[in-house]
Design a binder for this molecule. Structure first.
Ligand SMILES: O=C(CO)[C@H](O)[C@H](O)COP(=O)(O)O
Length: 210
């Protein structure tokens, strides 16, 4: 299981700095959508240069213009870029092809993706599928991933499917998540906003070994 640190609502300097003490406990570094929107590819390049040994995820949340956006991310040093699962299939197909050509990977963010579309997405066996509770759902509706059962749509529950979980994940939730043992656990504020980010990250890291 990989731990992906999500860097959001920070300056590039803050993002690089908060990652420093945390870096031994995380596997992947997500350049959050908010950083990319505010600072563009400079944010991806800065994290790539500062952390050459980590996997860099560009959380583009692409919905259109797939080839241009994915090539831009991969040229800036990203190893993985994200596309919205609700996007037209032609866009998702283009992301998959662009990533394959560059020897990179795609994460499909399933936020607000219909069951029908999920069925259609099943064919992308190389992709990582991210089950995501959004910031707005968390902050305005109080939604969480929960600590009991994590819902995995039947169309994605097959053997070998790479699943990621994101959205307000706390240590309690992470503990429950380890029962599913997803491919990726995405954690943002529980680490970046913690009093002691390194100690928080270490707690998540230790869950991987239980
Ligand atoms: O995609 C995101 C925001 O759109 C974040 O990566 C995701 O929500 C994780 O951050 P947090 O743990 O703070 O919710």
């Amino acid at each position: 299981m990989k731990i992906q640190l999500a860097l959001d609502r920070l300056t590039i300097e803050q993002a690089v700095a908060v990652t420093r003490p945390v870096s031994p406990y995380i596997d992947w570094i997500e350049v959050g959508t908010s950083l990319i929107k505010e600072f563009g590819m400079d944010s991806v390049r800065a994290l790539r240069n500062a952390y050459p040994d980590h996997v860099i995820v560009a959380d583009m949340k692409t919905f259109d213009n797939a080839v241009y956006e994915f090539e831009m991310c991969f040229s800036a040093g990203a190893d993985i870029a994200t596309v919205m699962g609700a996007a037209p299939l032609v866009t998702i197909e283009a992301c998959m092809n662009t990533a394959a050509k560059a020897g990179k990977k795609v994460m499909i963010d399933l936020l607000h993706t219909s069951e029908e579309q999920l069925e259609a997405l099943q064919m992308y066996s190389d992709a990582i599928f991210c089950l995501h509770v959004s910031k707005d759902q968390q902050e305005m509706q109080g939604s969480t991933q929960g600590t009991e059962g994590f819902y995995v749509p039947p169309s994605l529950s097959g053997e070998g499917r790479k699943l990621a979980f994101a959205g307000g994940i706390t240590v309690d939730m992470a503990q429950a998540l380890t029962r599913i043992y997803p491919h990726v656990m995405i954690i943002g504020s529980a680490i970046t906003k913690a009093k002691d980010p390194a100690a928080a990250a270490k707690t998540f890291y230790q869950l991987k070994k239980e």
